[in-house]
Design a protein around this ligand. Sequence first.
Ligand SMILES: O=CC(=O)O
Length: 354
Amino acid sequence: MAMAEKHNHIDNKEIQPLLVFGPPLIFPTFEARNFHKYRFLKAFSSQLPLHQFLTEQNVDPSSIQAILCSPSQQVSTDVIQLLPSLCVIVTSSAGTDHIDLVECSHHGIQVVSVPGDQAKDVADMAVGLLIDVLWKISAADRHVRKWGPSMHRNLSFGSKVLLILLIYMHVLFMLCFVFQLKGKRVGIVGLGKIGKEVAKRLEPFGCRIMYHSRNQKPFISYPFYSKVVELAGNSDVLVLCCPLNEQSRHLINREVMLALGKDGAIVNVGRGALIDEKELVRCLMEDEIRGAGLDVFENEPNVPNELFPLDNVVLSPHAASLTSDGFTEVCELAAEALELFFSSKLPSIRLLDG
Ligand SMILES: O=CC(=O)O
């Protein structure tokens, strides 16, 4: 169906069905604020395949024109093909790798990304993870929690002294393996909005910034490496901030990790599949690299079991863009994008595709 035809039959006063995938974390707020405008079809809360879910809801697939989603659920070819009137997909994320963009462009479906100002939050998290990996803050926290008062309540004086000595030896041992941030050579992979914010934060720490991206950026003075393996060979830390696509999948492979070396650390706030995760686990277990701070994983919500006991890894639940401060903005932007669409003005806002 041509785009114009798709738009023409919309009656703006009707309560529109809105298919929700993901769901974006903003969804409860979005729902509370917009309950009178949409009939929310919460596909995320059903185990059924989409066509059965719609049948169960008594909804004709051809009545659905819009989807609201987040990266935690795929908007796949099958989903798109099931919905002949689909015109717009609004995602709360900066990344769009959970959406089949090729299929969208075949069908003239517009993909609108409304991450708001999340780049700054993601950059904060990247720096937080990096400091944690270098200083082993989370590992130390786990360690201190084991001290608990009950541990030495019933011990004799001699045993207490021995225990305290052991604790301090352990702390000393841990501290021998923590490192300063100052002076580190930081290779940023993907110098877009997030990458630039990361650089801006790390410069005052005395870090030396360099980067890899598809093309060298004009007006940027940081050293550029066209090959990520060369960037790794010249860095102490890699911070991954680029989008996931066919070119960037497993960009960080074993060769890159070995080039980074035993003193090197990786922080990933992009997408899990930027790294060959099996190789990452191997490198971490065999101390081929010093550590990793991971906000994202290759098969979320699954995290490789081998990572759990490791003290050289900091794990975070894909939370880098989820500050409560950012929620309201993303919620408003999503509402605005859908309103623009349903009042047929969507082409005036920035489109990622189509
Ligand atoms: O993962 C979060 C985003 O892509 O914004």
